[in-house]
Design a protein around this ligand. Structure first.
Ligand code: PLP
Length: 233
């Protein structure tokens, strides 16, 4: 089932790319494996998945040593400053940086490990109270402040769009994130490196996100099925 799901999601991504005149290589599918057992992750791995997303530090630390080493792990959940040190040298990309204080902690730990850590700045595009992320208005200043820190590289922006019935309802938010990225890259006339990565789109709306410029889509349910939050048997 997981392999079939992956093929289906990949095909839909290719079709969305074709509709938008984009090359499919521009989009990376992240298999969001939170709450799922490693046997299921291994099935996805066997079907070709190499980018996995988790939202909890402890779960990441449990799963990483049980899985092949060529996996790129993505931290997509809210990250507390006191936990940065546990994952700093284990993840390929931290998607959920939403404050200068968190970025400073990442910078500090990165320097300790002699690393340059790739991060995305999370933007709460819809202004939902229940969500983390900086406001669109503050995003540019935050990105440029973080980009000036040593040991850290801002690769782009991430957003979690609202949970909606029809994916089309989120198109405007994906457009906004893309525009924000373009604006920030234009503002950045110092030589600070900021990338153009856009992590946006989940099971319910990734095709729309790809049409609007997503370079990472984060798909959980669409690959692994519903999450039960009870113990899986
Ligand atoms: C759980 C999660 C996803 C995947 O959600 P699905 O709707 O199951 O695809 C994507 N992004 C983040 C940040 C998540 O926490």
């Amino acid at each position: 089932m997981i392999e079939e799901n992956m093929r289906d999601v990949e095909q839909r991504i290719r079709q969305a790319c074709a509709r938008a005149g984009r090359a499919p290589e521009e989009v990376t599918l992240i298999a969001v494996s939170k709450t799922k057992p490693v046997e299921m992750l291994m099935e996805a791995y066997a079907a070709g998945a190499r980018d996995f997303g988790e939202n909890k530090v402890q779960e990441l630390l449990d799963k990483i040593p049980q899985m092949p080493q060529d996996i790129r792990w993505h931290m997509i959940g809210h990250l507390q400053r006191n936990k940065v040190k546990y994952i700093i040298d284990k993840v390929a990309l931290i998607h959920s940086v939403d404050s200068l204080r968190l970025a400073e902690e990442i910078s500090k730990e990165a320097q300790k490990h002699n690393l340059v850590v790739d991060i995305l700045v999370e933007v709460n595009v819809a202004g939902e109270e229940s969500k983390f992320g900086t406001t669109p208005e503050e995003a540019a200043n935050l990105v440029l402040s973080i980009a000036a820190l040593p040991g850290i590289r801002v690769r782009g922006l991430m957003t979690i769009a609202p949970f909606v019935e029809h994916a089309e309802e989120n198109r405007k938010f994906f457009k906004n994130l893309k525009q924000l990225s373009v604006d920030i890259l234009q503002k950045n006339n110092d030589n600070i490196h900021v990338g153009d990565v856009l992590s946006m789109g989940m099971t319910g709306d990734y095709e729309v996100a790809v049409e609007e410029g997503a370079t990472y889509v984060r798909v959980g349910t669409g690959i692994f099925g519903e999450r039960s939050y009870k113990k899986e048997s």
